[in-house]
Design a protein around this ligand. Structure first.
Ligand SMILES: NC(=O)C1=CN([C@@H]2O[C@H](COP(=O)(O)OP(=O)(O)OC[C@H]3O[C@@H](n4cnc5c(N)ncnc54)[C@H](OP(=O)(O)O)[C@@H]3O)[C@@H](O)[C@H]2O)C=CC1
Ligand SMILES: O=C(O)C1=N[C@H](C(=O)O)C[C@H](O)C1
Length: 248
């Protein structure tokens, strides 16, 4: 049995994670912590793996504490840039037995969508991303959209692709979305949605749209459990659930 603590346990994802950990045959929920609770409860409860679904502004402090105490972490919280990842790498070097997984999206379909987008990226002149989420989401663009843009941009750089065509010379602020690594990302917030994304590719005479929809938060749980089961044997920093999936 893997002993698991959940941070953000009263939140939408944390609550779903507690259920999944309780239901799985090989995991045991030993701590459920939320805003205001002491992290020491994790060591008292003997947590081996922590799952963090909190907020971008608190996740780095949570991870510093977990790494210092040798507790592996599986992280769904968004807000990670290169600077934050570099900080984690440094902290993990000082605690070499500990593993941290940063997963922008735990849904298997969303991971595949990102991989397919990276595969398609070298073949199209144009690409833009539309992410669509529930209106209670506090960050924009989504972590998934940022990661997708970074993956697509890396492939385009490697392929020495030219600039994405766009004749816009005047625009209202925000009309062309955010620029993430040179890729335009548009955000929609709509009651009734959960988590959705379209990656649009275009070239002369054709377009390709890759779309993924999470209709319920249960869609993330297989990936969360895969992370929990895998992180103990993956010391250091892992970015992206795809590293624990057999995609070959
Ligand atoms: N990687 C993935 O697959 C997914 C990632 N996410 C990401 O996960 C994060 C959480 O999403 P969601 O569950 O919808 O958000 P919620 O706001 O529903 O939940 C966050 C919870 O964390 C609590 N919290 C805040 N600070 C702390 C702290 N210091 N210690 C412990 N708990 C704390 C909040 O309390 P309070 O409300 O009082 O602040 C709240 O209960 C977001 O960054 C979201 O983007 C979401 C879905 C999937
Ligand atoms: O806040 C959410 O809901 C989600 N957050 C993650 C993100 O920002 O990409 C993952 C998923 O899109 C749901």
């Amino acid at each position: 049995m893997i002993k698991v603590g959940v941070l953000g346990a009263k939140g939408k994802m944390g609550a779903q994670t507690c259920l999944a950990v309780e239901e799985a045959a090989d995991t045991e929920l030993v701590a459920r912590l939320d805003q205001g609770d002491e992290l020491d409860e994790l060591t008292r409860a003997g947590a081996e793996v922590v799952v963090d679904f909190t907020r971008p502004e608190v996740v780095m402090d949570n991870l510093a504490w977990c790494i210092a105490h040798g507790i592996h972490a599986v992280v769904g919280t968004t807000g990670f840039d290169e600077e934050r990842l570099a900080t984690l790498r440094t902290q993990l070097e000082a605690n070499p037995g500990t593993g941290v997984l940063i997963a922008p999206n735990f849904s298997i379909g969303a991971v595949l969508m990102m991989q397919f987008a990276a595969q398609a990226a070298r073949y199209y002149e144009s690409v833009e991303i539309i992410e669509l989420h529930h209106p209670d989401k506090v960050d924009a663009p989504s972590g998934t959209a940022r990661r997708t843009a970074e993956l697509v941009a890396a492939v385009r750089r490697e392929a020495e692709a030219g600039p994405i065509p766009d004749a816009t010379t005047t625009a209202l602020e925000g009309a062309r979305g955010a620029d993430v690594d040179g890729i335009r990302v548009h955000g929609v917030r709509l009651r009734g949605l959960v988590a959705h994304q379209e990656v649009l590719f275009g070239d002369e005479g054709e377009t390709l749209t890759i779309r993924h929809d999470s209709m319920h938060r249960t869609s993330f749980m297989a990936g969360v459990l895969l992370g929990v089961r895998s992180i103990g044997t993956a010391p250091g920093l892992t970015v992206g659930l795809e590293h624990f999936m057999d995609l070959s």
